[in-house]
Design a binder for this molecule. Structure first.
Ligand code: CMC
Length: 389
């Protein structure tokens, strides 16, 4: 009521209070529940960080063990849900497969849909944490025509996901602990980022009291876009285009600066960070390590580094405070791990899941929550009479 503020893109509108994630965009600071991202990246695990985000405190060893066990118990997908995958075209992008299957969880697990029943919320939390990586791996298997394996609950979430993505029924899967560690780290870095586009979507959908599966499915759809999570895939396509056309990175930069055909330097810029994205710093170091170990495509890494170097010294980028964001180097790592480009944003979704869940739960418990309903400034026709014909 009263004055309506015009704020396209919600640049200056805080729609909620939140105690989960702190960002200082000018200084390049990111903390989950007060813990600096650098410390979590070094010492924590994805599972522990997920617990921290969802429940507010680091778990004791017993609490972590219980959380882990509960998730392991819920990895199986309903057999009928598995049938879903056969209905999509072979070349389907795995992101809409993921959002559709997550939306379908509401039909298979109807005993955990009440957003105000604590036990049901707990159940949908572990179900999502357990099943999303399995759905993601199946979407990948479907796209390459390989059989879907059953989860192996002697493995943790990240190990299981690697095996389900790359394992075959006929031969034992040899887990590379360095890769598992690298993926675990990347998932930590993606685990939450306060009120970004997909998280705000999860909150907006949830604000109508929609269930957790429906809300998260909407978040996955929001993440799909190339300006958000889809940027990691777009970066690799951009690097590849530069490589295959033999274009000098300098020429590409000129196109970006002249805004030719709307070309952007994908993986650069951020709504909140006006300084180096702290996640990108960690990813960059990891990219060097992993590519050195796996012998990834060094030429693409070289192109990326040259683009970064040029951008950081260029007035266009300096004036606009554009720095590499988390998506700039992640694709190179995912690719070296063996994931096809179409899976990159799916990996982001697995990482962001605990953040979505934590934010959805925080909102449901917040007495200040109201249904999300922005206003508008009407610019259409004034009142006019329907023509009498
Ligand atoms: N390349 C070239 N110019 C850019 C870029 C870029 N990547 N990003 C922003 N600009 C320019 C933009 O054209 C504008 O210039 P001008 O003032 O001349 O009109 C100025 O910088 C401000 O940009 P904006 O688009 O108004 O800023 P925003 O806060 O609305 O958008 C963004 C933020 C992330 C959508 C944008 O920087 C972008 O499109 N980046 C490329 C896509 C990308 O990497 N997305 C990943 C974001 S990080 C993690 C995630 O969410 O996945």
């Amino acid at each position: 009521t009263g004055t309506v503020t015009f704020d396209p893109g919600f640049m200056n509108t805080a729609a909620t209070t939140s105690a989960i994630t702190y960002i200082d965009g000018d200084q390049g600071i990111l903390r989950y529940r007060g813990y600096p991202i650098e410390q979590l990246a070094k010492h924590s695990s994805f599972l522990e960080t997920s617990y921290l985000l969802i429940y507010g405190e680091l778990p004791t060893p017993t609490e972590l063990e219980n959380f882990d066990q509960r998730i392991r118990r819920h990895t199986l997908l309903h057999e009928d849900l598995k049938g879903f995958f056969g209905g999509f075209p072979r070349d389907a992008h795995p992101m809409p497969v993921l959002s559709s299957a997550v939306s379908a969880l509401s039909t298979f697990y109807q005993d955990s849909l009440d957003p105000f029943d604590e036990e049901q919320v707990e159940l949908s939390t572990v179900r999502l944490m357990a099943k999303l990586p399995v759905i993601a791996a199946y979407a990948h298997k479907k796209s390459i025509g390989q059989p879907m394996l059953y989860p192996d609950n002697s493995m943790n979430l990240v190990e299981n996901f690697m095996r389900l993505s790359f394992g075959l029924p006929a031969e034992p899967y040899e887990m590379d602990p360095d890769l598992v560690k690298a993926l675990d780290l990347l998932l930590i870095l993606h685990a939450d980022h306060e009120q970004n586009c997909s998280t705000s979507t999860v909150r907006l959908v949830g604000s109508s009291n929609a269930n957790m599966f429906a809300s998260v499915s909407a978040g996955i759809s929001a993440l799909f876009g190339p300006l958000h999570g889809g940027a990691n895939e777009a970066v690799l396509n951009m690097l590849r285009d530069i490589q295959s056309t033999g274009m000098a990175p300098e020429t590409f930069m000129e196109k970006v600066k002249n805004k030719e055909d709307g070309v952007k330097l994908m993986g650069f810029g951020h709504r909140v960070y006006k300084n180096y994205d702290p996640r990108a710093k960690i990813v960059k170091a990891t990219a060097h390590d992993i590519l050195a170990k796996l012998g990834g495509n060094d030429e693409l890494l070289d192109i990326a580094m040259r683009l970064e170097e040029k951008a950081l010294a260029d007035d266009y980028f300096i004036e606009r405070k554009l720095y590499p964001n988390v998506d700039f180097y992640t694709g190179l790592i995912y690719k070296a791990m063996g994931f096809p480009e179409k899976m990159f944003t799916v990996l982001f979704a697995i990482g962001r899941l605990p953040g979505w869940i934590a934010q959805w739960r925080e909102m449901m418990q917040d007495p200040q929550t109201k249904i999300g309903r922005p206003r508008q400034l009407y610019t259409g026709a004034p009142e006019r009479d329907y023509p009498q014909r």
